[in-house]
Design a protein around this ligand. Sequence first.
Ligand SMILES: Nc1nc2c(ncn2[C@@H]2O[C@H](COP(=O)(O)OP(=O)(O)O)[C@@H](O)[C@H]2O)c(=O)[nH]1
Ligand SMILES: Nc1ncnc2c1ncn2[C@@H]1O[C@H](COP(=O)(O)OP(=O)(O)O)[C@@H](O)[C@H]1O
Length: 220
Amino acid sequence: MVQSSSPETTGTLARRGLMFILSSPSGAGKTTIARMLLEHDPQLRNSVSCTTRQPRPGEVDGEHYHFITHEQFDAMVEAGEFLEWATVFGQSYGTPKAQVKAGLKDGVDYMFDIDWQGTQQLYQKLERDVVRVFLLPPSIEELRRRLTGRGTDSAEVIHARMERARSEISHWDGYDYVVVNDDIASCYEEVKKILHAERLRRARQTGLIGFVRELMQPDD
Ligand SMILES: Nc1nc2c(ncn2[C@@H]2O[C@H](COP(=O)(O)OP(=O)(O)O)[C@@H](O)[C@H]2O)c(=O)[nH]1
Ligand SMILES: Nc1ncnc2c1ncn2[C@@H]1O[C@H](COP(=O)(O)OP(=O)(O)O)[C@@H](O)[C@H]1O
């Protein structure tokens, strides 16, 4: 629980965690922004997805993704172990249920780097816990430059990602916030502010009723 630290308060103040979703067309920078947030914010935990795609250089199993086979993925779907799942670029991606649900109650915030399909599913299931942020590239040319510059995909894959980018961008209106990732430092600051404000929402602050009631007690 994120308890109030002041000795003068009742100690009943706490906060329910939130589900912070970052989506964008591939290459717009959501992984970069997510990593910056996770690195500097101890209250934020990564929701590690399962995927059937191959790891990229530098990606660590269990940290960036749980890399599993199609058979393992299908078995998890059958067993109802995903909060949501979707097929992207012919590969399967899913959010395991187990870690998230318990953490939210304890005031842990989770970061989700998932696509619009997963965002819709999470919103349908857990609307009040979800904060949806969509990143846009400053231009289509810059998006192409970033995908090429990342150096992780073949020309063919980059072509497919660019094709898909336009359809991903068309889902911008399914989000609560839209931020253009032009300068990385400014984008990071803006996303950080969204997270900060969302944490202060009244509905997330459990124990407020009792706390306010106590504040309103008449003097003896
Ligand atoms: N629905 C859903 N989408 C996911 C999940 N994990 C990753 N994705 C999305 O799958 C897409 C491809 O991800 P990835 O292969 O890492 O490439 P990226 O586009 O460069 O981030 C991105 O849009 C991710 O946001 C997940 O658990 N569920
Ligand atoms: N604001 C920015 N300016 C310049 N390059 C960026 C910016 N944001 C991200 N990048 C670079 O663009 C590439 C794609 O970013 P990445 O975070 O992997 O995107 P995504 O996760 O959305 O596919 C990476 O090489 C990253 O370092």
